[in-house]
Every structure is written in structure tokens, then in C-alpha cells.
Design a binder for this molecule. Structure first.
Ligand code: NDP
Ligand code: N5H
Length: 257
């Protein structure tokens, strides 16, 4: 059997820099032969995304600016993708945001604005981009997002983002139910902590990683490459019987009490 992704096209949303989990996913899909389409939130990250994509040895990547809080931007992005490439076979949603002040102290102090902002960018956006992407997945498809354990149980400081990830996890299941009849699967990878731009300056990341090294069954933090390989599995036909699932790629940490 052949598990190559040659001849397939995937949209990767959320590469900010070389540490982004989205970049680990892009590399794994590229290594499997896929053509990639990148979206970024604002011009600020365009150069970084283009430079990274240039380091891959193929010249048929596409780039679009897409702020997921903007319905018109989402509509335009997928209309442009349809026009430029036609059919897509999958989409990796690697996007989240919360105000820094809501990622410390107590959840109870979250403002209405902060709560809605986190839900809008980190959870609703998956539904919005899935609706737009559906029409381009005429040969079936695989949609995946990135979630975190803090949506299933209380993790100190994760606060408003934990509630947004709980919402994202449920969004995955309802979308899987809606899109299954169109041959489109929807899943999430629950990644263990990885030092990225988003993770910078939040919580005490060193002590979180130390806890993983001491207690996680595999006794080491996960890497972008490990998450990328799981994403490759979800995009490939190897996972064709799996939808609505949350796969933990976290060195086994989530099984601990
Ligand atoms: P990055 O900072 O590399 O990526 C976060 C991305 O979110 C950025 O590319 C940013 O785009 C994008 N984003 C934020 N707001 C918007 C918006 N309005 N429209 C479009 N894109 C937006 O961090 P990670 O790779 O860590 O994060 C990717 C995902 O992985 C997130 O969902 C995160 O919650 C999840 N995750 C991360 C873990 C970790 O330990 N790092 C663990 C478990 C899950 P731009 O840069 O263009 O502004
Ligand atoms: C328990 C923890 C540590 C504490 C919580 C961290 C939560 C992080 C998630 C969000 C996405 C981080 C975030 O929104 C940061 C922004 O306020 C400021 N940063 C930015 O604006 C940068 C420039 C851009 C690129 O970032 C974004 N997101 O656009 C959780 C950790 C152990 C695991 C973790 C880090 C999980 C996660 O979801 O990312």
C-alpha cells in the first residue's frame, strides 16, 4: 500500500515561525509529497512564512492572508484557493489566541471581552473555516485542529483558553457529524507542551516541561516532528476510519491522575 500524499493539497493555517507546531505539520506533509497552501493572520508574519516555505524544495506553494475573525477574509481566502488550485484534500487549523492577562491568575476574573475573543479565534474559527473549506473538498478530506489537555481538566493558568479548548473539542465532534456524509473527517491532536511563540512568556514553562520529564510515561516532552507525524497519519488514508476523535500526542501524560 502507498501512503504518499503526492497529488494532494493541504491548507496549513497558523505558521508564525520555525517553532510553530503548524510548521512541524507542514514539514511532515511536505515530506510525504503534499502540495501546501499557507495562511497567516497578518502581513507581520508573511515574510517569515514565505521564507520557511522557500526552504522546502518545491515551488508550487500558495500563500494567503486570512484573519479568522473576519468572515469576508475567510470567504475570500477560500474563493481564491478554489480559483488558484481547485480541489483540496485537507486542512490543518493551528490557531489560538487569548489576552495575556487572561492566562494568569484566576479564571473567575476573565472579562466578557476576553472570554469571547478566545472563543472566537480559538474555537468558532474551526467551524467557520471548515464551512468554507468543505466546498473545495470534493474528493473527501481531513480537517484537523490542535487542542490541549487544559480543555479536559483544570491546568493552572490555562484559564480562558481551557474553556475555549473544551469548546473546540466539542466543535470537532459536531463538525465530524455534519461532514462525515461528505467524506470529510474532523479530528484534533491534543499536543503536549512545546516551546513556541504562543507559549513564550506564559506560565512557568520550565517547570511544566520538568514535570513531563519526571512523570510522563515516555519521560520526555513531545516535539513538533512527533505532532507533525500524527498529523500526516490523520491526513493520510491510514486514518480513514477515524473521525470526531481527540488523539493525545503528549508522551502519555494525559493518562496520569
Ligand atoms: P504559534 O504562536 O506558533 O501559533 C499560533 C498561531 O495562531 C499563529 O500563527 C497566529 O498567526 C495564529 N493566530 C492567532 N490569531 C489569529 C487570527 N485572528 N487569525 C489567524 N491566525 C491567528 O503557537 P503554537 O504552534 O504553539 O500554536 C498552534 C496551536 O497549537 C494553537 O491552537 C495552540 O493552542 C495549540 N497547542 C499548543 C501547545 C504548545 O505547547 N505550544 C500545546 C497544545 C496545543 P500569526 O502568527 O499570523 O498572528
Ligand atoms: C498551562 C499552560 C501555560 C499557560 C497558558 C498558555 C496558553 C497559551 C495559548 C494562547 C494561544 C497563547 C496566546 O494567546 C499568547 C498571546 O496572548 C500573546 N502572544 C502573541 O500574540 C504571539 C505574538 C502570537 C503569535 O500568538 C498567537 N497565539 O497568536 C499551557 C502550556 C503548558 C501549553 C500551551 C502553550 C498550550 C497552547 O494552547 O498553546
Amino acid at each position: 500500500m502507498n501512503f504518499s500524499l503526492e497529488g494532494k493539497t493541504y491548507v496549513v493555517m497558523g505558521v508564525a515561525n520555525k517553532r510553530s507546531i503548524a510548521w512541524g505539520i507542514a514539514q511532515a506533509l511536505h515530506d510525504a509529497g503534499a502540495r501546501l497552501i499557507f495562511t497567516y493572520a497578518s502581513e507581520r508574519f508573511e515574510k517569515s512564512v514565505r521564507d520557511l516555505a522557500d526552504s522546502l524544495d518545491r515551488d508550487d506553494s500558495y500563500f494567503y492572508e486570512c484573519d479568522v475573525t473576519d468572515d469576508e477574509a475567510i470567504e475570500k481566502t477560500f474563493a481564491d484557493i478554489k480559483n488558484d488550485v481547485g480541489v483540496i484534500h485537507g486542512l490543518a487549523h493551528c490557531i489560538a489566541f487569548a489576552k495575556r492577562e487572561d492566562l494568569q491568575g484566576e479564571f473567575i476574573d476573565t472579562s466578557r471581552d476576553g472570554f469571547l475573543l478566545a472563543q472566537n479565534i480559538s474555537a468558532f474559527s474551526l467551524a467557520a473555516v471548515s464551512r468554507a473549506a468543505k466546498d473545495l473538498m470534493t474528493e473527501g478530506g481531513s480537517i484537523m485542529t490542535l487542542t490541549y489537555l487544559g480543555g479536559e481538566r483544570v491546568v493552572q493558568n490555562y484559564n480562558v483558553m481551557g474553556v475555549a479548548k473544551a469548546s473546540l473539542d466539542a466543535t470537532v465532534k459536531y463538525l465530524a457529524n455534519d461532514l462525515g456524509k461528505h467524506g470529510i473527517r474532523v479530528n484534533a491532536i491534543s499536543a503536549g507542551p512545546i516551546r513556541t511563540l504562543s507559549a513564550k512568556g506564559v506560565g512557568d514553562f520550565n517547570s511544566i516541561l520538568k514535570e513531563i520529564e519526571e512523570r510522563a510515561p515516555l519521560r520526555k516532552p513531545v516535539t513538533q516532528e512527533e505532532v507533525g507525524d500524527a498529523a500526516y497519519f490523520l491526513m493520510s488514508r491510514l486514518s480513514r476510519g477515524i473521525t470526531g476523535e481527540i488523539i493525545h500526542v503528549d508522551s502519555g501524560y494525559s493518562i496520569l491522575g
